[in-house]
Ligand binder design. Structure first.
Ligand code: WT7
Length: 638
C-alpha cells in the first residue's frame, strides 16, 4: 500500500476529510479501510452504541493484523528497514531488521508459541525489556491470534500478578534481565515471585539478553533460543474476526484496581494506521523514532503497529535519555538520521534542566517533525523543544489521546494544520470532541472550558474492560450517556484549538504515567504502620505531577520525630513492592488526622491546596468534623 493512501496533505484537505468523516462516517472509514489485506470484507462498517459502550467496527470482516504489518509489504519493501534497535550502551551492537527479516523473526516466534501450546484467544503476558524480541513477540501473538498483554517492565511482582490473574494468562514471556542506564535488573526473578500467585500460568518462555544465570522451573520454564532451534521461519497467519481481541493493556482509573483496556483487531488497525500516517506525515524514506516503551499504549500504536502498518522504518531504544549522558537522545538522532521524533514532555523537561551543550553539540539536521505525548506540554518545554531540538524548522505536534482511544484524537497534523504552544489543536477526522458542563450540557462556541467528551465512536475506541464490561460502561459511557467521557478537562480557544488542562477525576499523571490516587492509597495502606492515607497530585517541575501522600500511622508506630524517616522509608518500600518504583511518593507527610466531612468523606480539595502550597487560600472548612486538623496539616507541610 502506498503511504499516500488516505493521506491528508493540506489544511483544505483536512477540512474536507473532517467534514466527510462527520457527514458519512461509514463511507469515510470504508474508503480508508479499503486497501488493507482482508481475508473477507466487512458486512457493516459501524454498529454504534455510546450508551452501553458496545461499539463494533467492520463487523464480519476477517483479517490478520500482522499480514498488514508485514506480509503486505514484502513485495515492495522486503529489503527496507522495518526495525532498528539501539541498545542501552552505545558501544554495543545495534540490530536492524528488514521487513523480510522481521517477518521471519515473527513467524519463528509464532511457531515457538504454537509449539508451546498457545492457542487462538489465549492471553499471553509479556514482561520484557525494550529489545527486538519484545516487538517480535507482540507481533507473534497477533500472528496466531493470541491476545497480548504487555506489562511495563518497571512494575513490581505484585502488580504483575494482579494483571496476569485478571487476564487469566496461560503463558508469560520474559527475559533473564534488563538494562536501564547504568543498572541491570533481574527481570526473571520478579516474574518468578509474581507467578507464585498465578495458578493459570503453565509456561514461561525466557529470552536470553544479559546472559545471566536464572532459575528455570522444571516443567514450566523454557529458553526461547532453545525452542527457536526447531521452529520454522514461516507461519501462516490465523484468520481473525474484526472484533476478536488483539490486546489488553492495563491502565489506572479513579478506583483502586487497574483495568484491562481491550482493543480489537480491525478497528484498532485502521485507527493506528490512519492516525500514524496523518499525524506524523511520514514519507517513504523517513526514520521514525518514538521513545515510548512498548509497555504503554504509545509504544503499541506508534512504535509498533502504526509505523509497520505504514511500511515505515521504526527505531526502538533500549536505554534512557540520560545514559551515558544527557545528550543520548540527540546522539541517537544523529547516528541513525532520525527524521521524525516523538517523545514525552517529562523527558524534555528533564533534559532542559541539564547544560544546553548536551543538545547544541549535535547537528540534528535530519529532523523534520517533532511530537509530544502523554501529558500537557508547558510553554517553556514547548519552546525549548522547538528552538533547541527542532532549530525552529520542525513543527511540534502535541498529540492528545489515551490508552482507551487506541490512537491520537486531537493533534495538529505535522506541517498541515496550525500549531500553538501548549495546545493539542484540532480533532482528527472521525473525532467529535465536545465540552460538557458538570451536568452534561454541551457548551457551544469557542473560548470555552469544560469536561472533554467524544460524541461518536471512532475505529480505535475501547471495546470493553477485560472480564468486566460494566466497569467500562460505568467509567466511560455512564457519566454522560451517549458520550465517551475522557476524564480530562479542556479549553477550546478563540480559534477552536483544544488545550488539555488535565484530569478532572482522581487520576494523576506522573511523568506521563497514569495512577489512580486510590491505587496508591491501597498500596500505602498495606504497610503495617499505616492506618489510613490520602494521596493527591501536585505540580512538579520535571514530572508534571508529583505524588503527595498524607498518612496516618497506627498508635505506637511513629511516636517520636526520630521514627519518622524509618516509617517514611518503609512506606516507600511498600509502594515499590505493591506497584513499582514509578509510583513512589515524592512527599510523605505523617498526620494525626485527615480533613473529613461529618459523613466521613475526605476533602481532597483541601489536601490538594496544601500539596500545591496554596495554604493561604484553603477555602471553607466549616463542614469538617475536626477543622483543627487543617492547621496541623498546613504546619507540617513538606
Ligand atoms: C491521559 C491518558 C496518550 C498516550 C500516553 C498516555 C494525558 C495524554 C496528552 C497531551 C495533555 C495529555 C491526559 C489523558 N495526556 N496526552 N498531549 N496533552 N494531556 O496515555 O496513560 O492512557 O493517559 O494522559 O490526561 O487522559 P494514558
Amino acid at each position: 500500500m502506498p503511504l499516500s493512501h488516505s493521506r491528508i496533505r493540506t489544511f483544505e484537505e483536512y477540512q474536507d476529510a473532517y467534514q466527510r468523516s462527520i457527514d458519512n462516517p461509514e463511507q469515510f472509514w470504508a474508503d480508508v479501510a479499503e486497501p488493507f489485506t482482508w481475508r473477507r470484507k466487512w458486512n457493516t462498517v459501524l454498529k454504534a452504541d455510546m450508551v452501553n459502550g458496545h461499539n463494533e467496527w467492520f463487523g464480519g470482516a476477517k483479517l490478520n493484523i500482522t499480514e498488514n504489518c508485514l506480509d503486505r509489504h514484502l513485495a515492495t519493501r522486503g529489503n527496507k528497514l522495518a526495525l532498528i534497535w539501539e541498545p542501552n550502551d552505545p558501544k554495543t551492537r545495534q540490530i536492524r531488521y528488514t521487513y523480510r527479516e522481521l517477518h521471519q523473526q515473527v513467524c519463528q516466534f509464532a511457531n515457538v508459541l504454537l509449539n508451546n501450546g498457545v492457542e487462538k484467544g489465549d492471553r499471553v503476558c509479556l514482561y520484557m525489556p525494550m529489545i527486538p524480541q519484545l516487538a517480535i513477540a507482540v507481533l507473534a501473538c497477533a500472528r496466531i491470534g493470541a491476545v497480548h498483554s504487555v506489562i511495563f517492565a518497571g512494575f513490581s511482582s505484585t502488580a504483575i500478578a494482579d494483571r496476569v490473574n485478571d487476564a487469566q494468562a496461560t503463558v508469560v514471556l520474559t527475559s533473564d534481565g534488563l538494562n536501564r542506564g547504568p543498572k541491570q535488573i533481574p527481570v526473571k526473578r520478579v516474574v518468578d515471585e509474581a507467578l507464585e500467585h498465578c495458578p493459570s500460568v503453565r509456561r514461561v518462555i525466557v529470552v536470553e539478553h544479559l546472559g545471566w544465570p536464572v532459575h528455570m522451573q522444571e516443567g514450566r520454564d523454557v529458553w526461547y533460543h532453545q525452542e527457536a532451534e526447531e521452529a520454522a521461519k514461516t507461519c501462516p497467519a490465523e484468520e481473525m474476526d474484526a472484533e476478536d481481541l488483539l490486546f489488553i493493556l492495563y491502565t489506572s482509573g479513579s478506583t483502586g484496581k487497574p483495568k484491562g483496556v481491550v482493543h480489537t483487531t480491525a478497528g484498532y488497525m485502521v485507527w493506528a494506521d490512519y492516525t500514524f500516517r496523518n499525524v506524523f506525515q511520514v514519507e517513504e524514506n523517513d526514520i521514525y523514532w518514538c521513545t515510548a516503551d512498548i509497555g504503554w499504549v504509545t509504544g503499541h500504536s506508534y512504535l509498533l503497529y502504526g509505523p509497520l502498518l505504514n511500511g515505515a522504518s521504526t527505531l526502538m531504544f533500549e536505554g534512557v535519555p540520560t545514559y551515558p549522558d544527557a545528550g543520548r537522545f540527540w546522539e541517537v538522532i544523529d547516528k541513525h538520521g532520525v527524521t521524525v521524533f516523538y517523545t514525552a514532555p517529562t523527558a524534555i523537561r528533564s533534559l532542559m534542566a541539564t547544560p544546553l551543550d548536551n543538545v547544541l553539540s549535535y547537528s540534528l539536521d535530519s529532523l523534520r517533525i517533532l511530537g509530544s505525548v502523554g501529558e500537557p506540554i508547558n510553554e517553556e518545554a514547548w519552546y525549548w523543544y522547538y528552538t533547541h531540538v527542532g532549530k525552529e524548522r520542525c513543527p511540534v505536534i502535541d498529540t492528545w489521546w489515551q490508552t482507551e482511544t487506541g490512537g491520537v484524537m486531537i493533534s495538529a497534523l505535522a506541517g498541515v494544520s496550525p500549531t500553538k504552544p501548549a495546545h493539542a489543536g484540532q480533532p482528527l477526522p472521525g473525532v467529535q470532541p465536545v465540552l460538557l458542563t458538570q451536568e452534561g450540557q454541551e457548551i457551544e462556541g469557542n473560548d470555552q472550558e469544560g469536561y472533554l467528551a467524544i460524541k461518536q465512536p471512532w475505529p480505535g475506541i475501547i471495546r470493553t474492560t477485560y472480564g468486566d464490561h460494566d466497569r467500562a460502561k460505568q467509567t466511560y459511557f455512564g457519566p454522560y450517556p451517549g458520550y465517551y467521557f475522557t476524564g480530562d478537562g479542556a479549553r477550546r480557544d478563540e480559534n477552536g484549538l483544544y488545550r488539555i488542562i488535565g484530569r478532572v477525576d482522581d487520576v494523576i499523571n506522573v511523568s506521563g504515567h497514569r495512577f489512580g490516587t486510590a491505587e496508591i492509597e491501597n498500596a500505602i495502606n498495606q504497610n503495617a504502620n499505616v492506618v489510613e492515607s490520602a494521596v493527591v497530585g501536585y505540580p512538579h517541575d520535571v514530572k508534571g505531577q508529583g505524588i503527595y501522600a498524607f498518612v496516618i500511622c497506627r498508635a505506637g508506630a511513629c511516636d517520636s520525630d526520630a521514627d519518622k524517616p524509618h516509617v517514611e522509608a518503609s512506606i516507600i518500600e511498600t509502594v515499590v513492592a505493591e506497584i513499582g518504583k514509578i509510583a513512589k511518593p515524592d512527599k510523605i507527610q505523617l498526620v494525626s488526622g485527615l480533613p473529613k466531612t461529618r459523613s466521613g468523606k475526605i476533602m481532597r480539595r483541601i489536601l490538594r491546596k496544601v500539596a500545591e502550597g496554596e495554604t493561604s487560600n484553603i477555602g471553607d472548612v466549616t463542614t469538617l468534623l475536626d477543622p483543627a486538623v487543617v492547621d496541623e496539616i498546613i504546619n507540617g507541610r513538606k
